[in-house]
Design a binder for this molecule. Sequence first.
Ligand code: PEP
Length: 257
Amino acid sequence: MNTKYRKTVIAANWKMNKVASEVKPFADELKALCPHPKWCEVVVCAPFVDLPAALKAFKDMRVSVGAENLNENDSGAYTGEVSAAMLKDIGVKYVVIGHSERRQYYGETDILVNKKVHAAINANLIPIICVGESLEQRELGITIELITLQVKTALAGVPADKMRKVVIAYEPVWAIGTGKTATAEQANEVCSAIRGVIRSLYGARVARAVSIQYGGSMNEKNAAELLAQPDIDGGLIGGASLVPAKFAAVIEAAKQE
Ligand code: PEP
C-alpha cells in the first residue's frame, strides 16, 4: 500500500451467495466488529437483488455498495440484464467488471470488458476491473504479457481524467476460491507491472494514484502480508468476505503505517 498517493480499497465479492434477508445481520455484525473503518475504503459487492438491502444496511457505515456485473448497453431489448444507469440510480458506487468467473462461464472477452468499463465510467460508477492469468499461462511464462494486454484492452479509450475513479484487481485465476494464494512477492510483481502499464499509457502521476488490488484467497491470515507490499492497494475478497469476522479482520489488516 502507499496511502500517501492512493486509496486502499477492501472489497467483498459475495458472488452468488446470501439472500437479501441475510444482508442486515451481516452488516450489523460487521458494524459491531469494525464500526467506522476510516483508514480504507470498504466496499461490499453483492448480487443485484441484494443491492437495495445492502444500500439500506450499510447506509450509516463507511461502507460503499457495488454490483458484481452490468450490461454494456445503455438500455433496450436485453432481457434479464441490468444497466449502469439502473445501478447508479439506486445509489450503487462500484461495479466489478471482467471477473474471471464471468470470463470463464459467460464468455466475457477483453473487448466486452472494455465496453463495460466505458458503460460504468459514463454512468459515474467506479469499475473494479479484474485481470489475471490461468495456471497454464503462468507456467508458460506469459503472465506479464497477458496481463498487459488485458489491462490495455480494458482501458482502451478511457481518458486520463477518469483514471482516478478506476480500480484494477489482479486476480490470478489459479488462486480464486482454491485456497492457494499468490505469494506476496508474486502478487506485488504483477501489481507493479500493471502500474507500469498505466504509467506507459497515462504517465507517472496517474499511475501513482490508481488503486490496484490483489484478489485470490485473500483472508484474515494472509491479508497483512499482501497489503504490506508497495503496489498492492487493497483486496478483492470472495470466500472470506462472507463471514463478518473474517472480512473485519481483513479490513483491520489494512490499518498499516
Ligand atoms: C474473488 O471472487 O474475486 C475472489 C478472489 O475469491 P476468493 O477470495 O474466494 O478466492
